[in-house]
Design a binder for this molecule. Structure first.
Ligand code: GLA
Length: 683
């Protein structure tokens, strides 16, 4: 039996398709589209994402003919529809008639009509309009045989600083602080700089360029409110689907690690999690770190709903026009990106978009059918190849990943670290730190669940808590239970500094975790890039020793019960603890007081992999730049081996496998060309 059901039993395979905007083209092109989609094995079309004006050109006047035709054409040609609500693009007539629906920027100026997601989350009229539209769509298409899923809106994000929003925030605060300004002032420590509120109406929305930035609890609550406002907008928008079409799954496509929304808060309300992946070619071409970042995000999205497969709702088949440098994906890279998503838990590979637009903002954005309107292009052929691959992999549907390692990534810690003035006035590197512990595991084929600090840790052998600065209630206790139960916990500097109000714990840094780690943290030294600091590691538990560079953050720590396994040198606090281990029964709580060089992190993670005997998903050594994951479904175990480099690698095989994409037997050696992938099953 499969661990999870297919998303919709109407199409119980890995979905291949993506955004399709037929309303930009004359109907003659639609017939061509259906034929080309067959050639590209593009089975699932996401339609209607920005179509409001094409569906309702005047208030209350609906024009569904084109969508009726498209739905029927998809069905008649054996394809399916993911039907979107068009709320990401309110029509111009609506903005003109009800200007209050428009977003107000952080400068407190209401925006003019244009662009997209340019609406106010709290506008009652906009909420009413989006619900009406969803109801009309549900009634008209809810029982259409092509319909697979509702795609509610598009990439929710971007706060509005309107008066509606301010009043909503104040009501939210009243509910949270039980109508007590004393409680709110205490939680915000507002006696500092005399920032006490004496009337609810004095509260303004915080943030640059004109708003309050000094009350960090207020900033944190604003982020929380904004997330709750998006969730309530989503619930409002999707309510007609829940009522009228209870058997059609619902999703909304999210933006990876986007900081404006705690994705974990919306996940319980969707039937399947979906995200849009556009790894950036920023300063340089894709490298190992960029691939790891995508893998990390997949591992996070897979865990938003307890390991349930998610959807890769968008990616580009070639390049994205908003990259600083719009370089093309070299041959094979797109296939690798698609298979990588499936390898980490996606049940789809979907694109933005089917056909390249001739005009407007995204006319240079990659698409399956490019400006030449032909199937005879490199990109088209590569997409068709992915379609073929996904068909070979249909046994993977519903399959799960089993991980012995949980790595904590929390949006609230990210918000609190960004708000904090100090210890450095630049990016504190929260995500980079998380990734630095993730990468060595990923390199060695050790599966990782990227989880919330409030997750159930009982199934893991190693939990990593990098820079877990803000401790939500209950987290210290559950980490203690994990270590008491024999688990190994690895935490770093800047863990447990503040409580849920972003107030430093009364007992000092590490707060309720001091006993677990057997240390106290006295102070933190931020280092200039030019300053040298070292840590000298003895080999007592970790099994490796040496001298490594420490930089950026060095805490001064005292041990109460922990063993000191590394000490600082080349600083005025030389000889003081830099790494400690507190043993509790079989469990261990390891604390890294400084940010250290990559060589140290790799040595440490390798030591943990071997000491804890963490299983790689493959019984063989992976060359540098080749990674592996495993998904297990009712159809068996699928091992994905992926070459993230432009070099060919030959991987020695200890046993015979069947390679699922080609159906061929693999013995002795697996050859992986540039960006090559293989999916192995035991022969
Ligand atoms: C986002 C949007 C799409 C499209 C792509 C382009 O993911 O959802 O509509 O604009 O970006 O990369």
């Amino acid at each position: 039996m499969n661990p999870f059901e297919p998303i919709n039993s109407r199409h119980p395979v890995l979905w291949h398709g993506g955004d399709y905007n037929p309303e930009q083209w004359p109907a003659t092109v639609w017939t061509e589209d259906m034929e080309l989609m067959d050639l590209a094995r593009y089975q699932v079309a996401t339609i209607g994402v920005f179509s409001w004006v094409s569906l309702e050109p005047e208030e209350g006047v609906y024009t569904f003919d084109w969508l009726d035709q498209i739905m029927d054409m998809l069905h008649e040609s054996g394809k399916f529809a993911v039907l979107a609500t068009p709320s990401a693009a309110p029509p111009a007539w609506m903005s003109k008639k009800y200007p209050e629906i428009l977003k107000t920027g952080p400068d407190r100026v209401r925006r003019l009509h244009g662009n997209r997601v340019n609406y106010d989350w709290s506008s009652p009229i906009y909420r009413q309009k989006v619900q009406e539209m969803a109801e009309v769509l549900a009634k008209r298409y809810g029982s259409h045989p092509a319909l697979l899923m509702w795609h509610v809106s598009n990439e929710y994000g971007g706060a509005s600083y309107s008066e509606y929003s301010r009043l909503g925030f104040i009501e939210w605060l009243k509910a949270k602080y039980e109508y007590s300004l004393d409680r709110l002032n205490a939680a915000y420590w507002t006696r500092f700089w005399g920032h006490c509120f004496t009337d609810w109406d004095q509260i303004e929305l915080p943030g640059q360029p004109y708003g309050e930035t000094a009350i960090h609890g207020l900033t944190l609550d604003w982020h929380r409110f904004h997330t709750d406002e998006i969730v309530s907008f989503f619930l409002h928008e999707s309510q007609p689907f829940r009522t009228l079409t209870p058997n059609i799954p619902i999703t909304t496509n999210l933006m990876g690690l986007y900081g404006g929304l705690d994705a974990r808060k919306i996940a319980p309300h969707v039937d399947v999690v979906a995200w849009d992946s556009y790894p950036q070619f920023s300063q340089e071409p894709m490298n190992e770190r960029s691939w790891a970042k995508v893998a990390f995000t997949h591992d996070l999205y897979r865990n938003l709903k307890g390991g349930k497969p998610f959807l890769l709702m968008e990616c580009t088949p070639s390049s994205s026009n908003w990259y600083p440098t719009m370089s093309l994906k070299p041959p094979g890279m797109h296939r690798l990106e698609g298979i990588q998503a499936v390898a980490h838990g996606s049940d789809s590979v979907m694109y933005f978009q089917w056909r390249q637009s001739r005009g407007s903002q995204e006319k240079f954005h990659g698409a399956v059918v490019n400006h030449g309107r032909t199937d005879n292009s490199r990109v088209f052929r590569e997409v068709a190849q992915v379609g073929y691959d996904l068909e070979q992999l249909s046994g993977v549907v519903g399959g799960v990943t089993r991980a012995e390692v949980g790595l904590i990534y929390d949006w609230e810690t990210d918000w609190a670290l960004n708000a904090a003035c100090g210890p450095i006035q630049r990016d504190k590197g929260y995500f980079d730190t998380c990734l630095s512990y993730y990468m060595p595991l990923w390199d060695h084929g050790v599966s990782v669940d990227v989880v919330s600090s409030e997750a159930d840790f009982s199934g893991y052998r190693l939990v990593i808590a990098p820079m877990l600065y803000l401790l939500k209630p209950g987290v210290a206790d559950s980490l203690k239970r994990f270590v008491d139960g024999g688990g190994t916990l690895l935490a770093t500097y800047m863990t447990g500094y503040t409580d849920e109000n972003d107030l430093i714990f009364e007992e000092g840094y590490l707060g309720p975790l001091q006993e677990l780690f057997g240390i106290t943290v006295e102070e933190i030294d931020a280092r200039f890039p030019s300053e040298k600091a070292e840590i000298v590691v003895g080999d007592s538990f970790l099994g490796f020793d040496g001298v490594f560079q420490a930089h950026t953050f060095c805490e001064r720590v005292q041990s109460t019960t922990a063993e000191v396994v590394a000490q600082y040198s080349e600083v005025w606090y030389s000889g003081e603890p830099a790494i400690t281990i507190n043993r509790i029964g079989e469990g261990k709580a390891i604390y890294l007081a400084s940010r250290n060089d990559a060589e140290f992190t790799e040595s440490l993670m390798w030591a943990l992999i071997s000491r804890l005997d963490l299983n790689s998903v493959v019984p063989f050594q992976l060359p540098d730049g080749v990674t592996a994951t495993k998904r297990t479904s009712g159809a068996g175990e699928f091992v994905f081996v992926m070459n993230m480099t432009q070099q060919t690698h030959w991987v020695p095989m200890p046993q015979e496998y069947t390679e699922v994409l080609t159906g061929q037997s693999v013995q002795d050696t697996l050859e992986l060309g540039p960006y090559g992938v293989a999916v192995l099953k035991q022969a």
